[in-house]
Design a protein. Structure first.
Length: 211
């Protein structure tokens, strides 16, 4: 935010269109490349450094590559906070963007860490009989698709019984009661999606169950 407002202030002060375009391009590029560059070259963003954390490539044990860091940022941006809902369900407490890019966030300097900052690896998820990551991811995707279809049907049923109107559903022109109903339905969907992802990664969904 400081970079954006600073650039806007500078562009207004200079008052040159060409300068403003170049400055805008530089700011956008810097914001987009900030995390990939720092993660790939230094092992983490400023936030990672300040909190004594480091992003590590599972295969090499070092910093992740620049392409992988870019992929990690894109996945995290697309998934939003949903990328973090399976932290408590994965063996190494990884988010979705970490799992898909084979990376993990670890303590940078053990000497600076307090005992409460360590989370042990979940051995029960490492036992034999657990479906592969690809299978679990595919099954979770199928369940999420079915869940979304059920949500659409639920909304139509709510319209049918008068709890929601088409104007509220399609154009966001909602009365007080309709807004509460729509918010409750959205929260229910978010909770069900989080539960589905967590159960799926633990191998508890039909189609990818732990043997």
């Amino acid at each position: 935010m400081a970079a954006i407002f600073g650039a806007v202030f500078l562009a207004i002060t200079i008052g040159n269109d060409n300068f403003s375009r170049v400055l805008g391009l530089l700011v956008i590029s810097a914001l987009l490349l900030y995390e990939p560059i720092l993660v790939s070259f230094t092992g983490g963003t400023l936030g990672h450094h300040f909190t004594n954390l480091r992003v590590i490539d599972e295969r090499s044990g070092g910093n992740v590559s620049f392409p992988k860091a870019c992929a990690r940022v894109v996945l995290k941006t697309l998934l939003g906070w949903y990328s973090f809902v399976i932290l408590a369900a994965t063996r190494r407490n990884q988010a979705v963007h970490d799992l898909l890019t084979r990376s993990t966030v670890q303590i940078r300097d053990p000497a600076r860490a307090r005992p409460g900052q360590y989370i042990t690896e979940r051995a029960e998820l490492a036992v034999s009989g657990m479906p592969s990551r690809l299978r679990r991811t595919a099954i979770i995707g199928v369940y999420l698709l079915l869940l979304f279809m059920a949500f659409v049907i639920l909304l139509r049923l709510l319209v049918g019984i008068g709890l929601l109107s088409n104007s509220c559903l399609n154009n966001d022109y909602c009365r007080g009661g309709e807004r509460i109903t729509a918010a409750a339905a959205d929260v229910a969907l978010l909770v069900m999606m989080a539960v589905t992802i967590a159960l799926g990664w633990q191998g508890k969904l039909f189609g990818a169950r732990k043997i």
